[in-house]
Write a protein that binds this ligand. Sequence first.
Ligand code: PMV
Length: 326
Amino acid sequence: MKATAIAPANIAFIKYWGKKDDDLRLPLNSSFSMNLSGAVTRTTVEFSPDYCKDTVELVGETFSTKEQERVAKSLDAIRTVAQISEHARVVTKNTFPKGAGAAASASGFAALTVAAFAAAGVAVAEKEMTVFARLGSGSACRSIPDGFVLWEEGNSSDSSFAYSLYPHTYWDIRDLLVIVDSGMKKVATSDGMKTIMTSPRFSRRLSAVGGRLTRMNIAMKEKNFAAFGAITEEDCLDMHTVMQSQVPPLMYWNDMTRVVMDAVVAWRNEGLPVYFTIDAGPNIHVLCEPYSQAIILKKLNMLTGVQTVIINTPAPGTQISEDHLF
Ligand code: PMV
């Protein structure tokens, strides 16, 4: 009763911020993302009568009690479906820093869900798998299907699921994830989202997101990089405007975030097609096409304060692996 899954993190181009149901993690709006090849979680789950409690180990890092409880809650839901009672040993390993806005919870809960169902010997359809992953961490549902993924907001647990709009081979967009701070973010997304209603900007964002998704669909269909990049930046800045106008304000950026954002805009004004997006942390995703990757990478590495750059291509969804961690 042991299985391993590898899941990519994902970056949302149209973002999810705010829930209409906290327990079910039903989002206020649909979102759209790309799986990331260079930011991956591998997780091995084993259910056994030899274990007297669930244990969760993150190789090279630590898990807080709250995080362990979230994992145990997901395992409980899976045990109920699988009709098993054995406790589990979970070992997990990331290729990127946890909690730094690089969506480790997305890849983490996607890998956990797929590995745990496989370890329990239960075959689950992709749609249902995304629903279970969502219950662990909202954006985790987008790490399960292939490539470019839409998460339908839905209005019930079953209708809030994710599916692939285009496979990872559809369009070679590069995401250069610029790490400027690899520490834990100050406010967890689930806490930050709880006060979204305090922002006077939140209803304006919600009424804009639908139209933005439609424009994004057209940009994707036409592979129009300039339109894609402009819509992505617009949505990122809109989400951060909401975050920064919440009470208390959520400032996820630091000085280096601003430096990289300004540099991207300056390079674009010089004629380079390059755009940015930022999640709930200080690190920046710099988006470009393959032909300009080398020059942009060189420019990024010349900025003082850039720690590392993780190069991502569009990636498949969560996969089963035979390479176990224990
Ligand atoms: O699923 P969570 O709780 O990690 O929230 C993700 C929120 C953002 O990363 C800020 C936006 C998104 O859609 O990924």
